[in-house]
Design a protein around this ligand. Structure first.
Ligand code: C2E
Ligand code: MG
Ligand code: MG
Ligand code: MG
Length: 292
């Protein structure tokens, strides 16, 4: 209750009342508002997926897409996932939202396959809660069956910190997905403290170097060395390695020279609505892309 908070803050002293508590109450109010709006977002069809191309580092040919969640709030506009996915995780809505993302991605894969673009793989992002509490294996099997697509066209991205928060629980689930043909990527690699001993045994096909390393590698020698080491490590472990957040030609050169397999970032394309991706195919490979 905001009045109570203000009362308590007043009692605690003028300065806290003026500078700290109103901001705190306002933050709590905004968060509650966000949560309430998010509850209806699926029904009101305010959620959508944008797709960002992943390319081969050697010839820059498209290899597939990452599906990224977008929420278009009436009167407010697009809300970035970093500001609402954590709220959805906290208030128990991520299961429902994640199920929608999976279903929508499978529907899109089926549409693209029917249109003759069946080689396109699509990656979805999965939260720790979904991985641990939902029957992801059963859900993916069911959605692939319903849309008549092969699970091998689907990739699941899980952050390194999600896997490492509870490896005993997450590892067998990832292994079961892999056994079904789903490819597994470790997202934001380098930020989540996994030990080399674990990495060796993880049921993972793809390592995605976090964009913070890619950004700093051009100006910071130690970061460049880390990127080089992650690429070398991926080769040794026979995993595919992808760099995310690639924005410049210099980064493309450096990453390709060091043997990075795939690249993803604004340099190639921003995440785009499915219709814009299709438009690019019709316009030909030289069509340039802009978007969110
Ligand atoms: P992520 O999975 O690591 O996705 C990469 C983020 O980097 C995306 O932000 C993408 O738009 C952005 N990005 C791509 N290329 C560049 C670049 O060249 N430069 C920069 N600065 N950024 C680039 P986005 O779309 O805002 O998503 C943020 C995060 O939200 C994602 O990080 C992922 O963790 C989460 N997320 C997105 N969609 C979903 C979803 O469907 N479910 C769940 N659980 N999480 C999602
Ligand atoms: Mg991702
Ligand atoms: Mg990432
Ligand atoms: Mg991220």
């Amino acid at each position: 209750n905001a009045d109570m908070a203000l009362y308590a803050a007043k009692a605690a002293g003028r300065n806290t009342y003026h500078f700290f508590q109103p901001a705190f109450a306002e933050q709590a109010r905004q968060r509650l508002e966000l949560e309430l709006a998010l509850r209806d977002a699926i029904e009101r069809q305010e959620l959508s997926l944008h797709y960002q191309t992943k390319v081969c580092a050697r010839d820059q040919a498209a290899q597939g897409f990452e599906a990224l969640l977008r929420w278009n709030r009436p009167r407010i506009g697009f809300v970035p996932p970093d500001s609402f996915v954590p709220v959805a995780e906290d208030c128990g809505l991520i299961g429902q939202i994640g199920a929608w993302v999976l279903s929508e991605a499978c529907r899109q894969i089926a549409r693209w396959e029917a249109a003759g673009h069946g080689w396109q793989k699509v990656a979805i992002n999965v939260s720790a809660r979904q991985l641990i509490h939902d029957d992801l294996v059963g859900m993916i099997r069911e959605e692939c069956r319903r849309h008549r697509i092969s699970p091998s066209l689907l990739e699941v991205e899980v952050t390194e910190s999600c896997i490492m928060s509870n490896p005993e629980q997450t590892t067998p689930i990832l292994a079961a997905l892999q056994a079904m043909g789903v490819r597994i990527a470790i997202d934001d690699f380098g930020t989540g403290h996994s030990s080399l001993a674990y990495l060796r045994r993880l049921p993972v096909d793809i390592i995605k170097i976090d964009k913070s390393f890619v950004r700093e590698a051009m100006s910071d020698k130690p970061t460049a060395a880390i990127v080089k080491t992650i690429i070398g490590l991926s080769k040794t472990l026979e995993k595919q390695v992808v760099a995310e957040g690639v924005e410049t030609a210099e980064q493309v050169d450096m990453l390709a020279r060091q043997g990075c397999d795939s690249l993803q970032g604004y340099f190639f394309s921003r995440p785009l609505p499915a219709a814009d991706i299709e438009h690019q195919w019709h316009a030909g490979p030289s069509a340039s892309a802009t978007g969110s």
